[in-house]
Write a protein that binds this ligand. Structure first.
Ligand SMILES: *[C@@H]1O[C@H](CO)[C@@H](O)[C@H](O)[C@H]1NC(C)=O
Ligand SMILES: *[C@@H]1O[C@H](CO)[C@@H](O)[C@H](O)[C@H]1NC(C)=O
Ligand SMILES: *[C@@H]1O[C@H](CO)[C@@H](O)[C@H](O)[C@H]1NC(C)=O
Length: 396
């Protein structure tokens, strides 16, 4: 190789020093570049690339549409002049959405208007503590959207069942506004932003047996999934329990996976880890009154007005400290939304369990309690759970 600085065979001291300086400077620049934050590094390298006349094409602006951070609930009163009968578990669900999702809005779609008897009674506390905390909450403003409740499907079949009326309302509302729909027995246990921003127009999850569960789903406004579901549910409605709901969203949702970015279907554990089976409801709600680890003596806490402990769990704890966990304890790491199918509907008796009360959650003697404890703890810290509420699920 021919040196630029020295004629061959004639070593030059000055040239060597110059070469060393160049190498040191280059190494220093390389190191500085490597240590730059990733974002600055990619900006710098694209600038350098452009300066050198490279053919690099700037990446196109992102066209990914975020799913709006709006939470939708639906509750249809059978008698629109009656009172709301929400209890502790309903508020626990709404407050979990408020706490983990930081939504722009939480909307309740219902069949009474904001200037009606049921809403006045809820707000002034006449219909119980938890109704008041839902409708007149100091931390968030629950928006009331008065909806026309459909009395018949588009195929002419009358819709009698309240749950089915709710099915039609939820699909129409998420189609229109976009956002996240959750049933009142769904508890948010971590943020959904990564899923809302994943680049999919709609996200849903499977339930036991493989169908898509219609109790939790999210979508941008007017996505293909929602448009098809909205159209087809009215055409196929028979009055069958899930003909128009799970069955349609499963058929439509699975078909749309082939279209880039239209649909993401999550595994069962993401949104509906439990089920309506006796074994699954026992696993979720059963009270383990011989708990050794990480329980709370609620009587003592209230007597001493003490702080409730934190039970923060580190990534490696389950591997490094298995002794800190109960044998029955489910690891909720895979779960975003806990659809807690209640045993009441199937009149199955879960050992030791009656109702979702503040005491039941704060004592941490079941898998359900451990999943939702962090939200109940905040409610306690805000002074919303008093001693008199401990054993009552409806606050009346
Ligand atoms: C609460 O509101 C209901 C419905 O408007 C009303 O009948 C009741 O008298 C109110 N109670 C109080 C204590 O303000
Ligand atoms: C503990 O639970 C078992 C059933 O799971 C029950 O038979 C027993 O009476 C309970 N004990 C207490 C102290 O509640
Ligand atoms: C809570 O602690 C008190 C003593 O401070 C004890 O008498 C009581 O039995 C404990 N309760 C439970 C459920 O362990």
């Amino acid at each position: 190789m021919v040196s630029l600085f020295t004629p061959p065979g004639k070593p030059n001291r000055l040239g060597n020093i110059y070469l060393k300086a160049v190498i040191i400077l280059a190494s220093f620049l390389l190191l500085a570049f490597v240590l730059l934050p990733a974002e600055a590094r990619s900006r710098l390298s694209s600038t350098l690339g452009a300066g050198a006349g490279s053919q690099r094409v700037a990446s196109p602006p992102s066209t990914v549409e975020e799913i709006p951070n709006i939470v939708h609930y639906v509750y249809i009163l059978k008698d629109p002049a009656a009172q709301f009968t929400f209890g502790f578990s309903h508020f626990l669900s709404i407050f979990s959405a408020h706490h983990f999702l930081h939504p722009n809005k939480i909307i309740l779609h219902t069949n009474c208007d904001s200037d009606s008897f049921p809403l006045h009674a809820a707000k002034n506390g006449t219909s119980g503590k938890w109704n008041k905390l839902i409708f007149a909450n100091p931390d968030f403003n629950l928006e009331i959207n008065t909806v026309q409740v459909p009395s018949a499907a588009s195929n002419g079949k009358p819709i009698e069942n309240m749950e089915h009326k709710s099915d039609f309302v939820r699909v129409a509302q998420v189609y229109e506004h976009g956002g996240i729909y959750i049933d009142f027995d769904v508890h948010v246990i971590r943020d959904l932003s990564p899923l809302r921003r994943a680049g999919f127009k709609a996200v849903s999850g499977r339930q036991l047996g493989g169908q898509i569960n219609s109790g939790t789903f999210m979508s941008v406004p007017k996505s293909k999934v929602m448009a098809l579901w909205k159209k087809k549910m009215g055409e196929v409605y028979t009055g069958g329990w899930t003909t128009h709901s799970n069955e349609v969203i499963t058929a439509v949702g699975e078909r749309l996976v082939r279209e880039s970015g239209e649909m993401l279907i999550m595994e069962r554990e993401a949104f509906a880890p439990g089920s309506w089976n006796n074994g699954d409801t026992d696993t979720l709600f059963r009270v383990h009154n011989d708990t050794k680890n990480a329980g709370v003596n609620v009587t003592d806490v209230f007597a001493e007005k003490a702080r409730l402990p934190d039970f923060a769990e580190e990534l490696h704890d389950r591997w490094d400290h298995p002794d800190r966990f109960e044998k029955w304890e489910v690891d909720w790491s895979r779960t975003y939304l806990l659809h807690a199918f209640t045993p009441d509907r199937w009149s199955h008796k879960v050992p030791g369990f009656e109702h979702i009360t503040p005491r039941y959650v704060l004592e941490r003697e079941s898998n359900f309690a451990r999943a939702v404890y962090p939200v109940a703890k905040i409610m306690y810290e805000k002074g919303w759970i008093e001693e008199a509420d401990l054993n009552s699920h409806d606050g009346r």
